[in-house]
Design a protein around this ligand. Structure first.
Ligand code: HEC
Length: 218
């Protein structure tokens, strides 16, 4: 008899509890530690910094990871200076050339054509006009890199789509396209074995930055 009473009390309790549940309200929280965030919420108001902010601007002069400062101005003088003195610091490996071709075909070939003769699909369809052949321009390392950093008149900048290494890889490919157009010599490909022997440490370092850069780019 007593047992029956216990069971019916239990059933009654369960029904009462379930009956109280309102779908439109947050349910009870047992041990809510994981529900309430410990970190600051984006756009939340907190007392740690002035004006209720929880984050501050980076210190002046900070440089984002994987980004290299570019010291030439976006002016005619800056372009001439870069054209004259800025050199490709990356080794001309087959890997860099292949990557450069791949990126060139993605970003540049629509206008400049896969051969660099200015006959890209947008030019052929007259969507875009006035695209030069590389054969008719000054194609130095610094000039190509500079034009990708800032763009030039109707050509846009590629500084946000590409990282430093990628811009040099594209530059190498543009150099080779120009050589093919003008009958010049293509870049000499360095053997990977030789290069690792000569600058083993530098290689390791650049391999590191390379992987972080690609991570961020993705
Ligand atoms: C939307 C079309 C378009 C795309 C895409 C484009 N360009 Fe250009 N590019 C132009 C035009 C137009 C000019 C000529 C600009 C001028 O002289 O006013 C030019 C000029 C150039 C020059 C010659 C610069 C000089 O000093 O005379 C180089 C080098 C160049 N582009 C490289 C590239 C590379 C590398 C890419 C890909 C990352 C690229 N372009 C993508 C339209 C384009």
């Amino acid at each position: 008899m007593k047992r029956l009473l216990n069971i019916s009390l239990l059933i009654a309790a369960v029904f009462t509890l379930v009956g109280c549940f309102d779908e439109n309200k947050p349910n009870y929280q047992y041990m809510p530690n994981m529900y309430e965030p410990v970190g600051y919420e984006t756009y939340g108001e907190y007392q740690i910094f002035e004006n209720g902010q929880s984050a501050l601007l980076p210190v002046e002069g900070s440089i984002p990871r994987g980004w290299m400062p570019y010291e030439y101005d976006n002016t005619t003088e800056g372009k001439e200076l870069a054209s004259a003195e800025l050199m490709n610091p990356e080794p001309v490996t087959q890997e860099n050339l292949d990557k450069g071709k791949e990126l060139y075909d993605i970003y540049c070939a629509v206008c400049h054509g896969s051969k660099g003769d200015g006959q890209g699909i947008l030019m052929k369809n007259e969507v875009f006009l006035g695209i030069p052949s590389y054969a008719d321009r000054v194609v130095t390392d610094g000039n190509v890199y500079h034009v990708m950093m800032y763009g030039l008149n109707s050509m846009g900048s590629y500084a946000s789509q590409t990282n430093e290494l990628e811009r040099w890889q594209i530059t190498m490919h543009v150099q080779n396209l120009t050589a093919a157009l003008t009958g010049g010599e293509p870049l000499t490909v360095v053997e990977l074995g030789m290069e690792t022997e000569m600058e083993g440490d530098a290689e390791e370092d650049s391999a590191d930055t390379e992987s972080t850069e690609t991570d961020e780019a993705e």
